[in-house]
Design a protein around this ligand. Structure first.
Ligand SMILES: Cc1cc2nc3c(=O)[nH]c(=O)nc-3n(C[C@H](O)[C@H](O)[C@H](O)COP(=O)(O)OP(=O)(O)OC[C@H]3O[C@@H](n4cnc5c(N)ncnc54)[C@H](O)[C@@H]3O)c2cc1C
Length: 358
């Protein structure tokens, strides 16, 4: 009961910047704006933060549960070229927001070659702990899907599917995947003439994901296998990640990501049926005889943007209408692309704010 007036207050106030989407780009942008003293509001259609870096809780009994990463599993520091983002990652690391994930990596089709030692960064005990660490102090409306945008009286008015107002803001940033962003833009009055360059991505590719558990550890050379299989894009030994706790009866847990092509062929399948096929492919490929338990499965309708031949543009900022766009599909892909896009958009917004002050 107590939360209702607070939510209504947030809705009634005019926010400086509304950010649609609390994934990697949205949370980092909110964090940077907040640090610079800008009042902002995150609006997220799901139940929490993380976006495509989400995890699923699996209950073992009424009191205990454990979490498994179902999407983006890590941040690859070697892909970071933006110096501000490098500093941010260093700060997150020293603050304990992210830790090192040391693993052995191999390809599905290089089973008899040595695996490579690779270190990346990830949130612990789940990937989206990072998002909570950087953005839990920011005002957020969860389970709120923005369905319509209107520009009126120099402000952005955001509406839900019933036509009720979700928020009013001076500036707006959309961090949704390309098709959702373009669909939202189409709801804006045509006279405003706001559009995205046609050369930027338009659509995304699907992906099936499942987690399977074994009561004995598997004798595998690597913790991550990626590339060289028709239906499996990546397989991750979940127990190789830092600071995870799992029930004792699960001696080994593997998360299987399908290839995008295979997911397109299977796209009408139920996620459990697709999980059974992926599990079968995994066990056959490695000659595993033990029978795994299916722990969870998920179908990502928009897992990864469909690349175009044009180079990424990092972000879009329309100063006239004070609307911006950020996300992995603008920043070059993956968690690093999403974070880079947020940092670059923040720089552009700071620049325009300084212009207004002058
Ligand atoms: C299975 C899988 C495996 C992956 N593996 C890797 C990997 O190994 N390495 C890597 O770097 N990346 C990986 N990725 C990609 C990585 O997760 C994404 O690139 C990154 O998380 C994208 O962040 P984002 O902020 O751009 O978008 P998102 O995380 O998608 O955030 C956008 C948010 O906007 C919300 N939203 C959308 N529309 C609305 C609306 N109308 N109203 C309110 N909210 C809305 C969504 O719910 C979402 O939370 C993987 C992704 C998947 C799915």
């Amino acid at each position: 009961m107590l939360s209702t007036p607070i939510v209504q207050d947030i809705k009634a106030a005019i926010t400086e910047v509304a950010i649609i989407g609390a994934g990697s780009a949205g949370c980092l942008l909110a964090n940077l704006l907040d640090k610079a003293g800008t009042n902002c509001l995150l609006i997220e259609k799901s139940r929490g933060m993380g976006g495509r870096c989400s995890r699923r809780h699996i209950s073992t009994d009424k009191t205990k549960s454990y979490a498994i990463d179902l999407g983006g599993a890590d941040i690859s520091p070697e892909k970071v070229t933006n110096l501000i983002l490098k500093d941010i990652l260093d700060y997150w690391y020293t603050s304990g927001y992210i830790c090192q994930w040391k693993k052995k990596v191999s390809r599905f089709n290089h089973l008899h070659e040595d695996s490579k030692a690779v270190t990346t960064l990830c949130g612990a005990p789940s990937m989206n702990t990072l998002h909570s660490n950087i953005a839990s102090h920011i005002n957020i409306l969860t389970q709120s899907r923005v369905c319509k945008l209107e520009r009126a009286d120099g402000n952005w008015h955001l509406f839900d599917d019933k036509g009720d107002i979700v928020a009013i803001s001076k500036k707006l940033v959309v961090t949704a995947p390309p098709e959702q962003t373009r669909a939202l833009l189409k709801t804006v009055d045509a006279l405003s003439n706001i559009s995205l360059p046609d050369t930027l991505p338009h659509e995304s590719l699907p992906q099936y994901v499942c987690a399977i558990g074994f009561d004995q550890p598997l004798a595998m050379d690597a913790d991550v296998y990626q590339g060289g299989h028709l239906s499996l894009h990546k397989s991750i030994r979940e127990r190789s990640k830092p600071d995870r706790t799992y029930p004792s009866h699960l001696a080994d847990i593997w998360v299987l990501h399908s290839t995008y092509e295979w997911a397109q062929e299977q796209r009408h399948s139920d996620s459990n049926a697709a999980a059974a096929k992926l599990t079968d492919a995994f066990c056959k490929h490695f000659g595993i005889e033990a029978k795994p338990m299916l722990l969870t499965s998920h179908y990502w309708r928009m897992a990864k943007y469909k690349t175009t031949t044009h180079p990424p543009c990092q972000f879009v900022w329309n100063e006239q209408h004070e609307i911006g766009f950020s996300g992995d599909w603008l920043g070059g892909g993956g968690t690093v692309g999403a974070l880079t896009s947020a940092v670059e958009l923040h720089q552009a917004m700071l620049g325009s704010a300084q212009t207004i002050v002058r």
